[in-house]
Design a protein around this ligand. Structure first.
Ligand code: MN3
Length: 211
């Protein structure tokens, strides 16, 4: 699996049917095989004329957007963001019976920073519903382990020098339109049953390695 140019489509970590009924196979097929594939292809296209940037990881590309030459900057922002965000989105879901629970360490942080898991999900839902148009709602942590919620438009990422993304929900219509049409709140509620808490806990506990 290539983690630098030329980037490759990472396989979906479960079967297309595995997240039903919350997310149907057709939605996952289009979302992963068509939408994510397009971001991968376009990222490779924008990097093709710039060999000097081809040895950078997704994360490195996204943390140095400001220093990229102008024609490359927008293409990387949209497409490296698209690949980074979708890879984490698909990884952070699991079939409902395998999704696990937050580890004790993450549970303690959730209690400290939100009161309880319901409050965390309620704030994440507000961020997801409040994101006008296309974008993402995120749970992130600082190096010290402080949790917070944010949202970003389009394929933008939070500041990856300050925050480690733990979990994110795609609120572009392509993520839910086939199953939920305009009902973003119903999609969000169904998505919460798929959160891969054991993976989110692992990222939280190894956050230092991402900064
Ligand atoms: Mn998407």
């Amino acid at each position: 699996m290539s983690c630098m140019y030329p980037f490759e489509l990472k396989p979906l970590p479960y079967d297309y049917e595995a997240l039903a009924p919350a997310l149907d196979a057709q939605t996952l097929h289009f979302h992963h095989d068509k939408h994510l594939q397009t971001y991968v292809d376009n990222l490779n296209k924008v990097l093709a004329p710039y060999p000097e940037y081809q040895n950078l990881s997704l994360r490195s590309l996204l943390t140095r957007l400001e220093s990229l030459p102008q024609p490359l900057c927008t293409g990387v922002r949209n497409n490296a963001g698209g690949v980074f965000n979708h890879q984490l989105y698909f990884d952070c879901m699991a079939p409902a019976q395998q999704s696990g629970k937050p580890s004790q360490c993450l549970q303690d942080a959730i209690q400290r920073d939100f009161g309880n898991l319901e409050q965390l999900l309620s704030q994440l839902k507000q961020a997801a519903l409040g994101q006008f148009g296309s974008g993402w709602a995120w749970l992130v942590t600082t190096a010290e382990g402080t949790l917070s919620i944010c949202s970003t438009p389009n394929q933008d990422v939070p500041n990856l020098c300050k925050f480690v993304p733990l979990l994110l929900v795609d609120v572009w219509e392509h993520a839910y339109y086939l199953g939920y049409q305009n009902r973003r709140a119903d999609y969000f509620d169904a998505w919460t049953t798929l959160i891969h808490w054991s993976l989110v806990s692992n990222i939280y506990e190894s956050r230092a390695s991402f900064l």
